[in-house]
Design a protein around this ligand. Structure first.
Ligand code: SF4
Ligand code: SF4
Length: 331
């Protein structure tokens, strides 16, 4: 079965970058220290900032991110604080290195998912993108987490470098016992924005590979989520900035509503002295209001290579909000 995950104001999703430091140097890393800071947040600050989003009791989800969040020695305390505040789910995104004995310091009752990143079905492709030795370490980390009883999800960021191996992920996911598979699309920001835009996958290739592979993996009993990216002619465009509660927090205090704005000082909110405040206009909120024939305004500005126009100069299709997802599961 397939369903489009609708935007909702009923849930709050907090993507919390508690530090930007990382042991890896992935080719497509979206962290931009000039814009996001280089600091590691003290646990007291993490706890305070978590409190700013816990108002919707039981409807807030937090995803701890970095950099590599397990490099933070107080991550376990942050997890427990999120639980105490009533967050309905807690996820830790990790590159698989699982520093600071994190598996020994939290329990499956406290962490809903450890979410690992792997960007190739083969050692060669993954390590070309993420660094030598990362493939083996990540698979070993997944096995350790499963052996401790944690639920595990896996994120695969599709780009021109690895789309040819997406299908080959199926047996690997089954072998590892992964419950959820998140297919991401490469974003042209952070390191990806430094070179040419050759990492983006053309529309025809995306549509011919991603949805059918997602269906086949879902048939194995694994829930698969992937971004819609390209809207069909009859599908309405919606901007999550206007109709959902997503917050992307960085350790320098910036809080974005849209990930495509993260390379720019357009954040709508910021923490000042531990208080969440609105930033002066113009900011990303002003972009959310704009209506253009291409769909997402920020996509048009920062990664326009995925657009195409007819002879009359009109776009041939709209680009969806980057947060609009399809979820496929065995019905
Ligand atoms: S993508 Fe993640 S694991 Fe890779 S360098 Fe960036 S923060 Fe580290
Ligand atoms: S990706 Fe585009 S549509 Fe989505 S929140 Fe950002 S500006 Fe809005």
């Amino acid at each position: 079965m397939k369903r489009t995950v609708a935007f909702s104001r009923d849930a709050v999703n907090v993507f919390f970058h508690i530090l930007t430091g990382c042991n890896l140097r992935c080719r497509h890393c979206c962290i931009n220290p000039d814009q996001h800071g280089r600091n590691q947040l003290p646990i007291e600050v993490i706890e305070n900032w978590l409190g700013a989003f816990s108002g919707k009791a039981g409807a807030a989800n937090v995803i701890f991110l970095g950099g590599e969040p397990t490099l933070h020695p107080e991550l376990a305390a942050a997890v427990r604080r999120a639980r105490a505040l009533g967050y309905q789910s807690v996820t830790i995104d990790t590159n698989g290195y699982l520093f600071n004995d994190i598996l020994d310091r939290v329990t499956p009752a406290e962490v809903d998912y450890f979410s690992f990143s792997l960007d190739g079905a083969t050692r060669r492709t993954n390590d070309e993108i993420r660094g030598e030795g990362v493939y083996d370490t990540c698979l070993s980390g997944i096995r350790k987490a499963r052996a401790r009883g944690f639920e595990v999800s896996l994120i695969y960021t599709v780009s021109a470098l690895n789309i040819h191996e997406l299908e080959s992920m199926a047996p690997i996911l089954a072998d590892l016992g992964v419950e959820r598979f998140f297919i991401q699309v490469i974003g042209i920001r952070g390191k990806s924005a430094e070179g040419s835009h050759h990492l983006q996958v053309p529309r025809e290739r995306w549509l011919s590979v991603v949805p059918p592979v997602a269906e086949r993996i879902a048939d194995m009993g694994i829930t698969v989520t992937y971004p819609k990216v390209f809207l069909a002619p009859d599908e309405p465009f919606l901007c999550a900035g206007l109709c959902a509660e997503n917050y992307f927090i960085f350790p320098n205090g910036r809080v974005y509503r849209c990930p495509l704005c993260e390379d720019f000082p357009y954040h709508a909110l910021a923490f000042e002295a531990d208080r969440l405040v609105s930033t002066p206009r113009l900011n990303e909120s002003d972009f959310f209001q704009l209506r253009i024939p291409e769909g997402c305004v920020m996509n048009r500005l920062v990664q326009p290579d995925n657009l195409a126009y007819g002879e009359d100069g009109r776009p041939l299709y709209q680009i969806a909000c980057c947060m609009l997802k399809e979820e496929v599961f065995k019905g």
